[in-house]
Design a protein around this ligand. Structure first.
Ligand code: COA
Length: 259
């Protein structure tokens, strides 16, 4: 399906998905949200794609939901819009293939929420983060009030949501919002390097790591441990384990040979 507000390119099993509305700082109108849903569904089912890097065209990653659409919404439409966006972002979060956000610039409102729905965030030194919705008399609608405290803790999430303040990449790294900060011209390259390291590992092992962390965060510790043990058992029956173990043992055989 051709996209109007995105580009999707695949090279060496890595998809690069770019939000491409630079004149509006990649603001997420409803059409862009729908396209993001189609794009992540394609990533999930296409065997030629091992993982996806999400970035933005121009000087923004995504500067939020499109304010021109939000400004006239009724309560019913506002709730439906939030649920539709939450559903799309959740499909990024639960994608069994790695999703890395290469945050090249502004990641505000829905942009910060979209980055948080990705598994890993690499930020340019020029990136800026924030949830400025309270300044507009609303709150985040695409999962920000739920994912931000899970990522950075309750107190810091309260501060960012209530003040609506914007923070720079160094502060985002300090509080655990991003995994790494790199020079602006390296952000996609660094994401590719990290993706390459992940794709060198067994795809099912990676998929089950994603699932164990995502589902485990919604479970009691005991339930999460059972989930982990089940995945651990399952992987013992797969090529991922056979290949991973034999590659390791080939290099380090004498010290680690099984008893
Ligand atoms: N929705 C719709 N359009 C947006 C947008 C948004 N969230 N963010 C930026 N744009 C548009 C601007 O309207 C402008 O369009 P125009 O050139 O047709 O007038 C264009 O993108 C460039 O933005 P501009 O404000 O001129 O750039 P700037 O460098 O002066 O400021 C920001 C950048 C990000 C600080 C500023 O655009 C901003 O505050 N955006 C809104 C952020 C926000 O509140 N997001 C959460 C929404 S819930």
């Amino acid at each position: 399906m051709p996209f109007k507000f995105l580009t999707l390119e695949v090279a060496d099993r890595v998809a690069t998905l770019t939000v491409n509305r630079p004149d509006k700082l990649n603001a997420l109108n409803d059409a862009t949200i729908a396209e993001l849903g189609h794009a992540i569904d394609k990533v999930r089912v296409d065997d030629a794609i091992g993982g996806v890097i999400l970035t933005g065209a121009g000087r923004a990653f995504v500067a939020g939901a499109d304010i021109s659409e939000l400004s006239s919404q009724s309560p019913v439409l506002a709730k439906a819009r939030a649920r539709a966006g939450q559903d799309v972002f959740r499909r990024f979060e639960t994608c069994p293939k790695p999703v890395i956000a290469a945050v090249n610039g502004f990641a505000l409102g829905g942009g910060c929420e979209l980055a948080m729905a990705c598994h890993i965030r690499i930020a340019s030194e020029a990136a800026k983060f924030g949830q400025p919705e309270s300044k507009l008399g609303i709150l985040p609608g695409y999962g920000g009030s739920q994912r931000l405290p899970r990522l950075i803790g309750k107190g810091r999430a309260m501060q960012l949501l209530m003040t609506g303040e914007m923070i720079d990449a160094a502060e985002a790294y300090r509080i655990g919002l991003v995994n790494k900060v790199v020079p602006a011209d390296r952000v996609v390259a660094e994401a590719r390097e990290m993706m390459k390291a992940i794709l060198a590992n067994g795809p099912l092992a990676v998929a089950l790591c994603i699932e164990a962390i995502d589902r485990g965060l919604q479970m009691s510790l005991e339930e999460g441990m059972i989930l982990e043990a089940n995945h651990f058992g399952l992987l013992a029956a797969t090529d991922d384990m056979r290949e991973g173990m034999s590659a390791f043992l080939e290099k380090r055989a004498p010290a680690f040979k099984g008893k």
